[in-house]
Design a protein around this ligand. Sequence first.
Ligand code: PMP
Length: 362
Amino acid sequence: MSLQPRPGILDIKPYKPGAADAPGIANPVKLSSNENPLGCSPKAAEAFKSASAKLNLYPDGGATKLREAIAKANDLDASRIVCGTGSDELLQLLGRAYLAPGDKVVQSQYGFLVYRLVAMQSGAEFISAPETDYTANVDAILEAAGDDARIVFLANPNNPTGTYISHDEIRRLREGLHATTMLVVDEAYAEYVDEPDYQTAFDLADEYDNLVVTRTFSKIHGLAAVRLGWAYADAAIIDVLNRVRGPFNVNLPAIEAGIAAINDVGFQQRSADENRQGLAYLRQQLAGMGLEVTPSVGNFVLVHFSQTPGKTAVDADAFLTKRGLIVRPVAAYGLPDALRITIGLEDQNRQIADALREFLAA
Ligand code: PMP
């Protein structure tokens, strides 16, 4: 074909979302995409429905009321928030605005796959810094970044490992990076974390003009379908993002559902409580079977399998799928011996534990 995209674009492997179907099973249990098993806030669903009366209207391009609701709930400055079609879009926009061909982008070894896609889209060089115990290693990231990285992406907690680093470590990372390196702290799972040394990096985005925090409505708010996320950063970065985003990048039903969701603190608490119980249960059950489970603070667990034929992660995935339990293979992350399992409802977690027990005994 004579028509070609920019060099490097055809090297990109498109992002493969978690499977949604199990062949031959009418209602499988989908634990492959870290979705909220409780659904979303009933108030958010109601707001989404009411928005159907206004589908002929353009949304407020600045998502002003949504930004104000987010700012109020998190004690932030609304003018330093930008909303996007999922936090994915914000990660893409950062790449579009700040990366040029040949620029260096750094992530932690098992970082979220989208960071690589963002780098490749801009023709940037992509480097992964080795982890220790499936956890980001600040010294390794600093070494990989040197003094010329353009962007360092770090999910805290990270997907698919579920591990986190402390606020002190995030600060140490920011302080060790060069001033011209942007640090993006992706906090998609922040609302689930209970650990006392964990803290959001919002305060560091106040202190430093080169640190961006991203958040999503897809997890604790259960609004993955509407595609809604936001970023908080120095005013100059927000100004840049506002220049490169589409004029109406966030749709009207998403804005209205998002406002209702952020104000429904009860639903967020119920979601966190349900996850806390399910996470403790699954970790304990799986460890009791002799499976290695990476300590997770998110709404999923990374479970490691042996390489013994018949007992591998691929075998376990096939066994679970046959029983209508859909989980996430993570070979694309360089973890061919592991599966990522989203924490579900009590009964779903029990089904996973029972099925894996059967798998190991077979
Ligand atoms: N960051 C991380 C670490 C994620 O796991 C996800 C969702 N899988 C996202 C960002 C993107 O979320 P969304 O685009 O739905 O906001």
